[in-house]
Design a binder for this molecule. Structure first.
Ligand SMILES: Nc1nc2c(c(=O)[nH]1)N[C@H]1C(S)=C(S)[C@@H](COP(=O)(O)OP(=O)(O)OC[C@H]3O[C@@H](n4cnc5c(N)ncnc54)[C@H](O)[C@@H]3O)O[C@H]1N2
Ligand code: MOO
Length: 410
């Protein structure tokens, strides 16, 4: 009997339809690196917040030094000194100079700063040998940011420059959604932890590392749970223990047609998790639903490593981003010239591993390795997926194809 396959779009729509962004709250700045701002941030103060010196030198009245030149220098008495953070001297009279350091407030009465290099660096009296322009080296209050300016728009993904600006205007926190907690459970009695010895029929659990790393890369907090054997009771116990700390659960393995498909066997009776086939390759067997009192979203990904990873990229990543309020939810695609021909099954969207690069001939993509969804070596040496639509069964070298770069921030 032919499989009734769901389209990739319908499955993604089913998932995103049941994901609500996490509630936002004020978080300390350093916690928000890479998170989306959940508020419009308006400047509470001006920047600079007071007129200050842009140079180490002397604060003067411009009209006192208008005529200064090497041949005919101006001499002014030095009546004080202001370092950054020392604002004792708030005003000065015409006909005098005040020694001033970079960043220190320009005293009332002064309107220009003469840099040391144009003077004899005098202590009691200063000799000024060049005429500055009016206002030279005075950094005006508000010239950078005015009070009330919109600094950061709701939804902006916060990077180092945004955090620097927020701190500079005195914000200690910014509203954002927390990092989602993603619990990853690998199922399979054949699995062993890396570092343990392998029997003749065992394999190492690569998937939980692959998925936990992908979740962390997406901005989530990833909890990698130890291996769960192919026993429904053990799986449900592990799941029950984990739900308390999960915003999302991701499982690997046990969802196809085997006799020991533990995830399907354990969850199907609940009735709240959909299991079926999605018209894609790799990654056909999928499951998604809500479990536990808090109706926690659960993704049951296929166990083949490449299938698990591509399923994460197509379905889990958009959900993580929606929880975080980060748009767009899905990775942007681009187009590139295919260097070698590829074939693809009819009726399924194929994701072919590829090496994407841009050179003088423009963007191109080289298919990497075979189609097998166990080929994790090929997966690691690729940096992109070539997307072959459902109705296309072959693509020739030189044709333009849709490409999904996997390592780019968005
Ligand atoms: N009769 C059918 N058999 C299979 C079908 C099908 O439609 N009919 N679909 C195939 C496809 S496509 C996939 S994908 C896999 C999915 O299988 P499961 O999700 O049930 O995964 P398992 O059977 O547990 O494992 C599959 C494969 O992956 C290895 N594996 C599992 N977990 C890990 C892990 N944590 N780290 C590394 N490798 C892992 C496992 O040893 C198997 O080799 O089903 C096909 N079969
Ligand atoms: O869909 Mo499976 O994921 O082709 O190997």
């Amino acid at each position: 009997m032919a499989d009734q396959l769901t389209t990739v779009e319908d499955h993604l729509e089913r998932i995103l339809g049941s994901i609500r962004p996490l509630p936002d709250f004020p978080q300390p700045l350093m916690e928000t690196l890479g998170l989306a701002a959940a508020e419009d941030v308006v400047a509470p103060i001006r920047l600079p917040s007071f007129d200050n010196s842009g140079m180490d030198g002397y604060a003067v009245c411009h009209r006192d030094v208008l005529t200064a030149s090497e041949e005919s220098p101006v001499h002014l008495p030095v009546v004080g000194e202001i370092g950054a953070g020392q604002a004792q001297l708030l005003a000065m009279s015409p006909g005098t100079a005040v020694k001033i350091m970079t960043g220190a407030p320009v005293p009332a009465g002064a309107d220009t700063v003469v840099p040391y290099e144009w003077t004899d660096r005098g202590v009691a009296q200063v000799r000024i040998g060049r005429a500055p322009e009016a206002g030279q080296h005075v950094r005006r209050a508000g010239e950078d940011v005015d009070e009330g300016d919109l600094l950061i728009e709701h939804g902006t993904v916060l990077g180092p420059r945004h955090l620097g600006l927020l701190a500079a205007v005195g914000r200690a926190t910014v509203r954002s959604r927390p990092r989602p907690r993603v619990v990853i459970i690998s199922t399979g009695s054949e699995l062993r932890e890396p570092g343990q010895s392998l029997g003749h029929d065992a394999i190492y659990d690569g998937n939980s590392f692959l998925l936990a790393a992908a979740a962390r890369r997406a901005g989530a907090i990833a909890y990698r749970v130890g291996i769960v054997p192919d026993e429904p009771r053990a799986f449900l116990d592990a799941l029950g223990d984990q739900l308390v700390r999960a915003d999302i659960v991701v499982t690997s393995g046990g969802v196809s047609q085997g006799d020991y498909d533990v995830v399907k066997e354990a969850l199907a009776p609940l009735g709240s998790v959909w299991f079926g086939g999605v018209a894609m390759q790799p990654g056909k067997p999928q499951g998604f639903g809500l479990v536990g009192e808090d109706e926690t979203p659960i993704f049951t990904l296929p166990g083949n490593p490449v299938s698990a990873y591509i399923s994460f990229e197509m379905f889990v990543l958009p959900a993580v981003r929606k929880l975080m309020g980060k748009a767009p939810y899905s990775r942007p695609t681009t187009r590139a010239r295919l260097t070698n021909p590829i074939s693809s099954p009819a009726g399924r969207r194929q994701f072919v591993r590829g090496e994407y690069a841009v050179d003088r001939g423009g963007p191109h993509v080289v298919p990497v390795g075979g189609h097998g969804s166990h080929l994790i070596g090929d997966l690691a040496s690729s940096n992109a997926l070539i997307v072959v639509p459902e109705d296309v069964t072959s693509v020739s070298a030189g044709e333009q194809v849709q490409v999904l770069p996997l390592d780019e921030d968005f």
